[in-house]
Design a protein around this ligand. Sequence first.
Ligand SMILES: CC(C)(COP(=O)(O)OP(=O)(O)OC[C@H]1O[C@@H](n2cnc3c(N)ncnc32)[C@H](O)[C@@H]1OP(=O)(O)O)[C@@H](O)C(=O)NCCC(=O)NCCS
Length: 325
Amino acid sequence: MKIMPWAPATPADAVSLATLFQQVEAVTPVGLEQRADEVMARLAALGPQLGPQTRVGRDGDGAVVAYGEVAEMGEVDGVLRIRLANVVHPDAPSDVRAESYDWLLGQAEQVRQARGTAQTAVLGTRCAENDHVVRDLLIRHGFELTRHERDLVLALSEPLPAEVLPPGLVVEPVDERYQELARLAHNEAYADSPSAIQPDQRTWPAHAIAHPRFLPDLSCLVLAEVDEGENPVAGFLFALADDDDENPNVVLHCLGSRVPWRRRGLATAMITRSLRRARSAGFAQVRLQVSDSNPRALALYGKLGFVGSGRGYLVLTRRLGPDDS
Ligand SMILES: CC(C)(COP(=O)(O)OP(=O)(O)OC[C@H]1O[C@@H](n2cnc3c(N)ncnc32)[C@H](O)[C@@H]1OP(=O)(O)O)[C@@H](O)C(=O)NCCC(=O)NCCS
C-alpha cells in the first residue's frame, strides 16, 4: 500500500475517514467515530481551518488510509492541552505511523508557539490496550503512560436496584433551559479530573446534547431546590447509542454529581433510571468507559455489577514546553 502525497482533511473526506476508522477500530479500538456524520462533527469541532490541524494520506485508489490530527483542547492551569490522533490503516507500511508522529509533534509545537514561546503544553494521545507496536512507538517519541481507560459492560438481564433520591431533589429530562447550568455543573464535577474535557459554550452541545447519537430519554439531570444564583443542577447523566447499527448498546457517556451532592445516591439513581429505561427500550447491554485513576467511579460501577470487556485503551502524554524546543 503506497500513500499518495498528504493533504489537509476536508468535510468531503468524512465518508472515507469513517471507513478507515471502522477498519482500525475493528483491530485496535480507541473509541474512534464510526459514522460519517460523527466524523463530520469531529472535523467541525476543530474549527474552520482544517489545514494546519489535519492531514490525510490516500492510497492509489483515493481511499483515505491515514489521518493525522492536532486538536487544541483548551487550557487548564495555564497549560495548553493538545490531542493528537494518528490513525493508520492496519495494512499501511510501518514507517507511515512513525513519520506521522513526527508530523504531529511538529504541528503541535507550532500550535504551542502560536500562543507564545513561554506557553507549556501537554500532548495526549490514545493507544489500544492490545496495540504494543504503537505503545512502544509512542514511548520512543517521548510519551509516558498516563492512564488506562477501561471498557465496562452490564447485561440488562440483571435485576436493578430501586431508584432512591434524597428529599428535595428531582430527576428531570435534559432540557434546553438548563443547557448552560448543566455545562457549569459538568465542568465543576470534572474539575479534579485532569484528563477530562472542560467544554466551553461553543463545544458543549457537541459533547453530548447535540451529539448525533444522543439518547434524551435515557439521559437526565438531578435538580435541587437552591437559593437564587446557585446552580440547581446537582447531577447529570448523558447517554448515547453506540455505533453498532444492528445491535445498538447504550453508552453511559458522561456522568457526574457536583461535590456538595456526592455520596447521597445521585449517580446510582441516575444510572438505575437509565438502565431501566434502556431495558424497556429493548437494549440488551450498557457500556461505559472509566479510567483506572478514578477509584470512586470504579467502586460505583462495580457495585452496580459492571464488568470489564477487554476493549480498553491507554492514554499517553508528553510535555511540550519552552525548554523542549
Ligand atoms: C463518581 C461519581 C459520579 C459518584 O457520584 P455519587 O453521586 O457520589 O455516587 P453515589 O452516591 O451514587 O455512590 C454510589 C457508590 O459509589 C461508590 N462511591 C462513590 N463515591 C465514592 C468515594 N468517594 N469513595 C469510594 N466509593 C465511592 C460507593 O460504592 C457508593 O456507595 P456507598 O455510598 O453506599 O458506599 C462522582 O464522584 C463524580 O461526579 N465524580 C467526578 C466525575 C466522574 O468521575 N464521573 C464518572 C466518569 S466515568
